[in-house]
Structures are given as structure tokens and as C-alpha cells.
Design a protein. Sequence first.
Length: 162
Amino acid sequence: MRPASAGGSLAYSTVPTVVAAPEQRQTSRALELIHGSLSSGRVSRRSPVLGGLHRLADGTLLGVITAAAVLSGLTLHWQHRWTLSFQRLEGTRSLSHRLTESTAQLEQHLLRRTARPSSLVPTKVANLVYLKRPESSVAKPESQQLLPVLDDLIDQRIRAGY
């Protein structure tokens, strides 16, 4: 505190009063400062080249953010598709293994049940006989083909994969 004046009274002291309440600030002034410093309108009026560069930087930033969002979405989509395909592959492997085990058990059972097991031939790929699928007894109704190319596309099997 400053010493009292020559009159001897503290009532006329020039020391400012200190209050514990926070000072009221205008929030619009802070927003005006931010808006004024980042606005391209004020900059383009002063320097059109700098304003153009400002707009170019804004557009580039928006494009980079959009491209990153699109690529991350596509990455998640491809990862999901890969996971589904891998699960199907694992299921196919499991079924193939179970089929091989079942075939081996059937062969062992048939070999034990026969009187002469040496007369049976073990199953190999070279010993397999492939038969054509029998013709179905129900005939397909002949429909008028409007677009034969479209029918060919519909009949083609869609391959699974990534």
C-alpha cells in the first residue's frame, strides 16, 4: 500500500480497491479477434494474392480431410470383407478335414467288414470315377428371351474373393 497523503486520512487514498469477484469480459470481443484474424475477406481486401492463397489452403485442407475420411471408410470395408472371406475359408478347411476323416473311417470300417480286404483298392485321386449329372425329369419352361446377353450374365457364377 502507498503511504497516506499529508492530510492524514486514508479515506482519500488513491489505491484502487481490490474485489474478489471475477471481472466481466465480453465474449463477443474474443470471437471478433478470432474471426478477424482467420477471415479471408479482410486479407483479400488488403492483398488479393494472399487471399487467393488462403482460399487455396482452405480447399486443400478440406480435400485432404475428405480423402482421409473416404480412405479410412474403404479400409474398414475391405477389412470387413477380408474377415468374412477368411472365416468362410476356415469353415471350408474344417469341412474338408472332417470329410477326409469320415472317408478314412468308412474305408477302415469296410476293410474290417470284408472277408478279403486286400481285394479293395485304396481311394486315390487317380482311382476316382467322375459321372455326369443326370438329366432332371422336370423340363424347364421355355420363356421368351428379351435380352440373351443379360441372361448370360445372370447365369454366370459370382466368384468370391477379395
